[in-house]
Design a protein around this ligand. Sequence first.
Ligand SMILES: [Zn+2]
Length: 316
Amino acid sequence: MRGLRLALNTSVAVLVLSLPFAATAASRASSTVGMPIVATAVTAADASRAQPAARGSIAASRNPVTVAAEGAHPIQEVTIHEGDTLATMANFYDVSIESIAFANGISDAQSIQLGQTLKIPPAEGALYTVKDGDSVETVAARFKVDPSVIMSYNRVYFEPEHFAPGQLIFVRGAELPSLQPQRVTSAVLRGPSFAGAPARTGRLAWPVAGVITQYFWAGHTGVDIAAPYGTGLGADDDGVVTATGWVAVGGLHVCIQHVGGLESCYYHTSYVYAEVGDKVARGQIVATIGLTGVTTGPHVHWECKQGNQFVSCLTQ
Ligand SMILES: [Zn+2]
């Protein structure tokens, strides 16, 4: 059984990734073959290591490290441990599931395995290996960004060879293919806590087997259930997704319409795996516990409406 807890301590091996010198060495004859191209992707403290003194004259006119290091994090390589999922990794490193998937050539979120190492992009965007025939313009067009984004982040202005076949570049803000939401479902995200959720025949299932921290009452339109950050939230019953997205106070939410005019919504989620119009089955993971909106701790505000009337989800 896969848990959802991401080891937040040092058991996640984090290293600054050295870009693929070996892969490109054979095809590149110049003496700069071994140069790490992501001097721009490491922190300022690392810059002296990554940037040889010989570049000083270039940097003097305009310091590329300073320009690109704003908001930049190193590319990290992490090992999948028990309980890790693409969702928990994305939560922890504050990038989308899609960007991690893209960086690692993953098209099926369930395919990640214990011990596998994943590259974590330095920010939201595409870690991309330049192919034969690529130009800055074609890659920019592919990811729907301005060419200058690629040029500056990867120091192409200063080192044209940083855009050569085999080189790993980072395209910040790239538009990425979305993973099939239904594929990122129970097998990966169903944690031990969720598996224990009672199937309440005739009533809504709890989205998560957590701890109720606030019941439905006149001053509270839903039921609050606390559970660890990133825990999957199962659909409380079969239905059709009627809303997703951000709302004030509630944060990231998802709503499901059930038969008989009952609608349930989950608020404060960290991620939503469904889109409006999706049919979801009872127990199918549609979101993960988060902290979005106004909340003091990770929990789901589970809200039910019958017609226009708020009702307690626990009695439906
Ligand atoms: Zn609440």
